[in-house]
Design a binder for this molecule. Sequence first.
Ligand code: HEM
Length: 397
Amino acid sequence: MSSPLEPDPAAILGHFNLFDPEHEKIKWAVFQHARQSCPVAHTSADGGGQYMVTRYEDVRRVLEDPETFSSTGVAPRPSPVTLNPLDADPPFHPDLRKILNPLFSRSFLMKFEPQMRKSAADLVDGWIDRGRVELISEYVAPFVGTVLAQIAFDEQDASKMERAIDIVTAVALEASDEAFFTLAVLAGEYIAAREDHPVQRNDVLNAITTGTVLGGRPLTEDERLGVMTVLFLGGLDTTRGAIGSIAYHLTRDPRLEPRLRDPKWIRQDMDEFIRLESPVGCLGRTATRDVELAGTEIKKGEQLLVRYDSANRDPAKFPDADELVFDTPRSGHAAFGLGIHRCLGAHLARIQITVAFDELLKRVTALRFASGGPDDVPWAPGIANGPERLDLTFDLV
Ligand code: HEM
């Protein structure tokens, strides 16, 4: 039971709005209440209303049945542009994934690792002498922006690469409509240039301009731009949230530093951080037929919000789900999705997270909040989950 001063999760559930900063602050209590009392709850927030799927087993069921739960309407708010493969269904979806998957395998991506390390080290050089850093805007966002620009555009000309990095980093820093529009124009220019002047290079632009789907047709212009858009929508806020939330826990609990200094952390501990914080909180699905889910009747055409974050804190699947538990192996978290839409960029994210902490901890130790404490760190509401700012001080290694 909540006190008169605390918001009541039960009262909020019916109009829970993922974009409301006040709801963001109490979302874990709302999800806990939902899992116990109304696991597929209707929320009237944000226009037409949606069903929030909050238990792990129901989240899994929805994600593993794309025939009943279409990825049309995957964006909680309607998107003006195509977002394939994210908003695509079979048979188009698997064909598109076949074109893209090889470029996001771990072995393929490792060729970018030296560049990633250099980008991270250069960023640390920019603030190390100050003894203080706002880690998100001075390290995490420019790092993920730089890496993704290098991978998506694979630009050989250094000055053009710098321009692309600036544009992508602007989106990583502040996801404004203007910043995103500039990036979409840039992506369109790169696609057009590659169509006009094909080159034999194994990269994303080559894959989308020469790859074929559905028995041999090329991708349309819209679909090509959709792929580039999704890479930037899916690859910036997400990894930024993951690195930011791990840095938050590291600052909050100094006992974690030796763990992160042990190269073994990437095998198990990294996934435990990602499970706990779920850098992508939720995405949508649309019912293709009338269906019953955990006792709730959902009509054809209605939208569901699949809450990866709530599933990842479901105690029925993960004992002590609100805690970081490192020494008991956990498996099957939903933070990268489950089923056919499982994250294309999961290997990239893992490599980036590894490099970001490796390069950071080579130079600094004993991260501390510059002012206030862990409860003063602002977390943005919305789909992506992670601290907005981390003002930190540190000692030199
Ligand atoms: C820790 C970081 C990341 C997290 C937590 C994350 C999470 C997710 C989740 C939950 C999905 C499933 C969507 C669904 O069920 O509809 C997804 C799909 C996707 N992600 Fe990530 N992602 C991360 C990093 C990245 C990166 C770095 C990229 C950039 C390449 C990326 C690109 C994509 C794409 C293209 C899809 C769509 C896949 C499909 O529909 O088949 N993600 N991601």
